[in-house]
Design a binder for this molecule. Structure first.
Ligand SMILES: Cc1cc2nc3c(=O)[nH]c(=O)nc-3n(C[C@H](O)[C@H](O)[C@H](O)COP(=O)(O)OP(=O)(O)OC[C@H]3O[C@@H](n4cnc5c(N)ncnc54)[C@H](O)[C@@H]3O)c2cc1C
Length: 383
């Protein structure tokens, strides 16, 4: 296994690090306080990301991106992005659409404007009675002439307040169930029958807010269906493997950032006449955290490397997502503890990192669901 990356990717990694420190970090406090990225700030961030050359880093060149499509360099670059807030890192890592399978109409009207930063989007699969078990979704879509009529409720959907459109999953054929009976639809805000409900205030992820969505005989043109009427879950599951690797890499970056802060603080803070770093209790906390982090990192790198060899990494993605987010949560907690009261204030980023990482143990599949996926793959059983 070789975890070296090509010099041009290394360069992108370094530019991304600079972009995070110089552009995104100063914006973190504003986002935390306003809990929103307005249109003006959005335009500024898009324009800065383009100026640095990091905008759409992972989008193929034929669609105007920087073309970093291999997973290992993505993972390494995403580690850099983990050191800022979720909503801000989307200014480099924007969109999980498959433009190749979208139609010309869908690309022109929605997906390419989103890639240009002119439109923003969300993705909605979770429902009040269907979270880990997406197959239990109750939202339906039935065909009437040239339209699909969508009925149902989604919740915990991120970024809707600042978006123009989203991809919504709905049951198109209940007799087929999740395998062959779920479709994916592009829904625009303002379409008749689509209402954005109240914001669901969460523990973290400020500025990337969650909302309830209501579909009441919402009429969606037939050309807004992505792929075929039964392939929605397949599309989702293909996307989710990449999304889990993304969460894993970002968790590593968040934890590394917290650990570095912990070490820095321990080197300058004096308690009972010696620096914290000289105390064995603190050394051991930081060293154990470093070893755990490196172990989790190797899982993510191995999974990424295997994907680049053309291997199926569904199990590796679950292992990496689970381990990286669990370890990251503990590492951030350790760094916060080393800071004492200062760590618990909002003056430092540690409280935010801890809150955000708590969410990462739940979204893109709760970590218990990852264990279920792994046990199903190993033994064919699981519940
Ligand atoms: C910050 C945040 C952002 C989100 N953004 C989006 C979004 O943009 N779009 C979207 O569609 N959804 C989004 N979600 C929803 C998220 O994907 C779901 O919360 C998640 O899939 C879990 O579903 P649930 O909340 O219904 O929990 P449930 O499915 O009710 O599970 C509850 C708990 O049961 C346990 N569990 C689940 N399955 C198993 C099992 N097989 N074995 C043992 N234990 C198990 C886990 O501990 C789990 O946490 C977001 C959630 C959060 C927290």
């Amino acid at each position: 296994m070789d975890f070296e990356i090509a010099p041009e990717y290394q360069e992108m990694r370094e530019t991304t690090r600079r972009f995070v420190v110089e552009v995104l970090r100063p914006a973190e406090k504003i986002v935390e306080e306003k809990q929103f990225i307005d249109a003006v700030m959005h335009r500024e961030l898009v324009s800065e990301a383009k100026r640095y050359g990091v905008w759409n880093a992972f989008i193929p060149e034929k669609w105007g991106g920087a073309g970093i499509t291999d997973l290992l360099p993505r993972t390494l670059i995403r580690e850099e992005l983990g050191a800022t807030s979720y909503v801000l890192r989307s200014y480099v890592d924007n969109g999980m659409f498959n433009l190749d399978t979208a139609t010309e109409y869908q690309r022109e009207r929605y997906l390419l404007p989103a890639l240009e930063g002119e439109k923003r989007s969300f993705a909605g699969i979770t429902e009040p009675d269907a979270g880990s078990d997406n197959g239990a979704m109750k939202t339906t879509a039935r065909k009437e002439g040239d339209e699909w009529i969508i009925n149902g409720t989604k919740h915990y959907i991120s970024g809707v307040d600042t978006s123009d459109f989203g991809v919504i999953y709905a049951m198109t054929d209940t007799s087929k169930g999740k395998h062959g009976g779920i479709g994916a639809f592009i829904v625009e805000k303002g379409m008749p029958g689509f209402t954005v409900g109240p914001r669901q205030v969460m523990m973290g992820h400020r500025g990337f807010n969650q909302s309830v969505l209501y579909f009441d005989d919402c009429r969606v043109p037939a050309e807004n269906m992505l792929g075929d009427s039964g392939g929605g879950l397949r599309q989702f599951l293909t996307m989710i493997v990449g999304a889990r690797m993304k969460v894993a890499a970002e968790a590593l970056g968040a934890a590394q950032y917290a650990w570095d802060l912990g070490v820095e603080y321990a080197k300058q803070r004096e308690v009972l006449g010696t620096k914290l770093i000289e105390k064995q209790g603190i050394q051991w906390m930081l060293i154990d955290a470093m070893i755990a982090l490196q172990g989790a990192r190797l899982l993510a790198y191995e999974g990424s490397w295997k994907a680049d060899q053309g291997k199926d990494i569904r199990v590796e993605a679950s292992m990496a997502k689970l381990q990286c987010t669990e370890v990251a949560f503990k590492v951030i907690d350790t760094a916060l503890q080393v800071h004492g009261g200062a760590g618990y204030t909002e003056d430092l980023p540690l409280a935010r990192l801890l809150r955000d990482m708590r969410g990462a143990r739940i979204y893109e599949g709760a970590n218990e669901l990852q264990r279920y996926i792994i046990s199903k793959a190993l033994w064919g059983v699981g519940q």
